[in-house]
Design a protein around this ligand. Structure first.
Ligand SMILES: [Zn+2]
Length: 307
């Protein structure tokens, strides 16, 4: 820790830069996972290959940069590569940077793992309208294990608390239970009112996983923060869509894209919204939200004392 403090003092930009680059490299691996895991392919071998089957050289596989250098086209066959690849890399880099800047080093490393898993789960949800169990249930299992190993994730320092791991495990378990049960009830209620399935079990399991990492306060915030982000997202999406069709119909009259958009509107993926809410909480609003919830605890204490 002393060396870390020395580095931070002498070169304040070094660790944040390193965190961002680590995130971008992890993001590059997440692109592989997002594509291969739902397809049931191995994420380890073969190495990165182009759609035409040619292996991609290391210098064409530099996170973020290569896409811009090659202008989104493969060197071998000029196949078009989606802007999503550098976007996922930059996004993951940004989350790793945010984790490093907003938290203590140990907690930051836990949250880097957390954000990487959420990025992967969210983009798979975007593509397939489904979150694989290994991300939702897996997130809860990993969150619980990390809580026991690194109780600092729930702000229990080993030096201050004799049973830091036990405390963190309890907080993580309560997060799983409250997170998943609240969204289960919201889903059941929405289903009763709308007379159709509004949310999947994937979202229930995912919010349990978020609670495992962030505790019940973080899980509850993720629902409302996520809904807010979702509304903003849908608003931006509909504005972009309204601005775009005129240009598109004049250049290429293909109806394929429109049917894709309609399908997207019918089933809104909640995974990315919940994930966005969770990351908004942990990187920006954690302290405020905890203060907000603690007011209720105080109110409860006052009322129960009077009774
Ligand atoms: Zn190629």
């Amino acid at each position: 820790m002393d060396t870390l403090q020395f580095i931070e003092g002498e070169f304040p930009w070094l660790m944040p830069t390193f965190a961002f680059l680590m995130g971008a490299i992890v993001g590059s691996f997440l692109n592989v996972c997002i594509y291969r895991i739902p397809a049931g392919k191995s994420i380890v071998s073969p190495g990165s290959t182009c759609a035409c089957g040619q292996p991609i050289k290391w210098y064409d596989n530099i996170p973020i940069l290569s896409w811009f250098i090659l202008r989104g086209r493969a060197r071998c066959c000029k196949a078009h590569y989606s802007f999503r690849y550098p976007f996922v890399e930059a996004l993951t880099g940004f989350f790793f940077l945010a984790a490093w800047l907003s938290q203590s080093p140990l907690k930051a490393i836990c949250l880097m793992l957390f954000s990487a898993l959420l990025v992967c789960a969210s983009f798979i949800d975007f593509d397939h309208m489904e979150i694989p169990d290994r991300f939702s249930i897996g997130l809860a299992a990993v969150g619980f294990a990390v809580s026991v190993l690194v109780p600092e994730l729930h702000d229990f320092n080993r030096s201050e608390y004799a049973f830091a791991s036990v405390n963190a495990a309890i907080r993580s378990s309560i997060g799983i239970l409250i997170g998943s049960s609240i969204i289960l009830w919201i889903a059941l209620l929405a289903e009763a009112v709308l007379k159709k399935e509004a949310m999947g079990f994937g979202d229930v399991k995912l919010l349990g996983g978020i609670g495992a990492f962030l505790g019940w306060q973080g899980a509850i915030f993720s629902i409302f923060g996520g809904a807010l982000l979702g509304c903003i997202g849908i608003l931006v999406w509909s504005i972009v869509k309204r601005l775009r069709p005129q240009n598109e119909t004049s250049s290429s009259p293909t109806p394929v894209k429109d049917s894709e958009n309609e399908e997207f509107e019918g089933h809104i993926p909640f995974g990315p919204m919940l994930s966005g809410g969770a990351l908004l909480y942990v990187f920006l609003l954690e302290r405020e939200v905890l203060t907000y919830f603690s007011q209720f605890e105080e109110l409860y204490r006052e009322v129960s004392q009077r009774l």
